[in-house]
Design a protein around this ligand. Structure first.
Ligand code: CP
Ligand code: NVA
Length: 331
């Protein structure tokens, strides 16, 4: 699972719905002091998941470790100073060796080519835990959050989540989190409107990948792009942003903060832009106050950020079940 573009609409829908149903079943079981219900209980007994993280992480690390543990497997965290990769050993050799001893690699990398390189040499499934271009586990959790928040009714044929009336407005940097969110939006029939400052829009090759997600989809969503936040926000149901300075871009921080002036999500901006009256707010976290004001981030009526973060656990459970337990069959 390197990007949401690897999935058909039906597969993506199933991963989201499985995440949601496992959440309910496990919480009910834990409330009744029981072990996790089947099919999760013991599903990963004897399996080790190598978690190769070349960057920091709170949610992705904790959710993956907790998900593997929940299913009875062993998560092995390998930070950038723990293994030879990148210092003393090639991607190919590392991948061949680690995949010969484990059941899955979950990798957080710099360039996207690192995770595709690991996958090319691996004999076990590889899950992208964030690369320069994509963040599929975040997108599964994000659509789970939207589905749960809006109580959407999935289509009877299982090809979409029943969200085709929804408009998402992304206001901020065009980055890895946006790219998979946009691919999923196209596959789910959702309109996603992106406002980024000039020079910080979607790169052409990524736009090509996003638009290609419409191929073979009966009623694909659409992508619109602007440099004007109000235009993106008009009639939006969900306002989303992320940091303006992603990991690895720290040296550009000053320049970026200046370029993004006026893009902070506030109640006033949402009102001025004409968001729908019940608009909700999402953010993958970690969050900085420059991209969203406290009044929105901590708005109990509107902000979905903490359920969204919690859903990372259920997205990890769903993805590990599909790719490791069921060997890529998403059922
Ligand atoms: N949203 C997310 O991926 O957070 P972490 O960087 O803390 O894993
Ligand atoms: N865009 C951010 C996401 C962190 C989860 C980054 O790449 O640092």
């Amino acid at each position: 699972l390197l990007s949401i573009s690897d999935l058909t609409p039906a597969e993506f829908t199933k991963l989201v719905l499985n995440a949601s149903s496992h959440k309910k079943a496990v919480k009910d079981a834990f409330a009744a002091s029981q072990t996790p219900p089947k099919p999760l209980h013991g599903a990963m007994t004897g399996k080790t998941v190598a978690m190769m993280f070349s960057k920091r992480s709170t949610r992705t690390r904790v959710s993956t470790e907790a998900a593997v543990q929940l299913m009875g497997g062993h998560p092995m965290f390998l930070g950038k100073d723990d293994i030879q990769l990148g210092v003393n050993e090639s991607l190919h050799d590392t991948s061949v060796v680690i995949s010969s001893m484990t059941s899955c690699m979950v990798a957080r990398v710099g360039p996207h080519s690192d995770v595709t390189g690991l996958a090319a040499s691996s004999s076990v499934p590889v899950i992208n835990a964030l690369s320069s271009d994509f963040h599929p586990l975040q997108t599964i959790a994000d659509f789970q959050t939207i589905h749960e928040s809006l109580s959407s009714v999935p289509s009877p044929d299982g090809t979409h989540l029943g969200l085709s009336h929804v408009k998402i407005a992304w206001v901020g940097d065009s980055n890895n989190v946006l790219f998979d969110l946009a691919i999923a939006s196209i596959k789910m029939g959702v309109h996603i409107s992106v406002a980024s400052p000039a020079g910080y829009g979607i790169p052409d090759h990524i736009r090509g990948i996003i638009l290609a997600a419409a191929e073979g989809v009966a009623n694909p969503g659409k992508l619109t792009e602007t440099t004007v936040p109000e235009e993106a926000i008009k009639d939006a149901d969900i306002l989303v942003t992320d940091t303006w300075v992603s990991m690895g871009q720290e040296e550009e921080a000053k320049k970026r903060l200046a370029a993004f002036a006026g893009y902070q999500i506030t109640h006033e901006l949402a009102k001025r832009g004409g968001a729908k009256p019940n608009w909700k707010f999402m953010h993958c976290l970690p969050r900085h106050p420059e991209e969203v004001a406290d009044e929105v981030f901590y708005d109990e009526e509107r902000s979905l950020v903490f359920p969204e973060a919690e859903n990372r656990l259920w997205a990890a459970v769903s993805a590990l079940e599909a790719f490791v337990v069921n060997k890529g069959k998403i059922v």
